[in-house]
Ligand binder design. Structure first.
Ligand SMILES: C[S@@+](CC[C@H](N)C(=O)[O-])C[C@H]1O[C@@H](n2cnc3c(N)ncnc32)[C@H](O)[C@@H]1O
Length: 285
């Protein structure tokens, strides 16, 4: 995950430098993507021993960890991403535990894998970050899948915390530099289906559905920490500004307050529950 260059506030640096960035992601957005992975892997036929699997845009291996956690060790997983600190954490854990995971730094749009190499290609919340609105990456998935193999690709549908982040951006950083809108709208599932069809998957062999998950946090310190880490991880999309270091705590407090009022958030019995949803497509080659 790349961040806009700018004066990185010291508070963000503490949460985003080296391995800290991985821990920050895992304890915020990573909790949600792990739940997506669990749901989505149940949509494909059970992974057979001996399968070759691509954990595509793997981060620190959310999909690989889910597969291995379920006791499937007689498989070969190739985990690829372009963010080296994330790959380093996965490679270290794989070496330490003897996991069948080979980690490499590769762009999803152009990989070194042979044609018809994988039984499964799982890209968990990666497609929206790819060039050509996802088409080069889905073409590469189609090329490297075996006939009869499965691609599992998902994108965000709605994220409770995104609008509050934009509002804090506007309140503290002003209107002159609007928070960048995604170049393509992925929120209704149309684009996800389109890039798979354009990449060569048959429309009749694509299953598309939406699915929602919740993050539940204790209302006190746990919620404040989650909000601060989420601000650190996502606010840089709008570019870091001088004001961010000076008013860091005020920004985080405003984000926390807005989040609690957001549709998609429930505050009850000392717990805060926030929802996020995905579109997921399973395509058989
Ligand atoms: C939201 S994270 C998802 C990580 C992981 N799959 C998960 O489920 O938590 C998106 C990932 O896409 C990776 N990414 C973005 N553009 C990429 C590209 N062109 N090729 C490969 N990976 C890319 C980022 O580095 C990041 O790790």
């Amino acid at each position: 995950m790349a961040f806009n260059a700018g004066p990185l506030p010291k508070q963000a640096a503490a949460l985003l430098t080296g391995k800290a960035k991985v821990a920050t992601y895992e304890s915020t957005g990573g909790k949600t993507t792990f739940k997506f992975a669990a749901h989505n892997l149940a949509l494909v036929p059970a992974i057979k021993p001996g399968s070759t699997i691509h954990d595509n845009a793997c981060g620190a291996g959310t999909v690989s960890r889910y597969i291995l956690q379920n006791g499937l060790l007689d498989v070969k997983i190739h985990a690829t991403d372009i963010d080296q600190p994330f790959l380093d954490v996965l490679a270290e854990d794989a070496a330490q535990h003897g996991w069948p995971v080979e980690v490499s730094n590769q762009k999803s749009e152009a990989t070194s894998f042979d044609d018809a190499f994988f039984d499964y290609d799982i890209m968990n919340i990666g497609i929206i970050f790819m060039s050509s609105a996802g088409l080069d990456a889905t073409r590469e998935m189609h090329r490297t899948l075996k006939p009869g193999g499965f691609a599992v690709v998902n994108c965000w549908k709605a994220i409770t915390w995104m609008l509050p982040i934009m509002l804090v951006h506007k309140a503290f950083r002003g209107e002159a530099t609007p928070f960048p809108a995604p170049p393509v709208n992925w929120t209704d599932g149309t684009q996800l289906r389109k890039v798979l069809v354009d990449a060569g998957f048959e429309e009749t062999k694509i299953h598309l559905e939406s699915h929602e998950v919740s993050t539940v946090l204790d209302e006190g310190e746990e919620f404040r920490e989650w909000v601060e880490k989420t601000w650190a991880f996502l606010a840089g999309i709008g570019g870091w500004h001088q004001v961010d270091e000076e008013k860091w705590d005020e920004e985080v407090d405003m984000l926390a307050a807005l989040l609690k009022k957001q549709p998609g958030t429930m505050v009850e019995g000392g717990k805060v529950t926030m929802t996020a949803s995905q579109w997921v497509a399973v395509a058989e080659k």
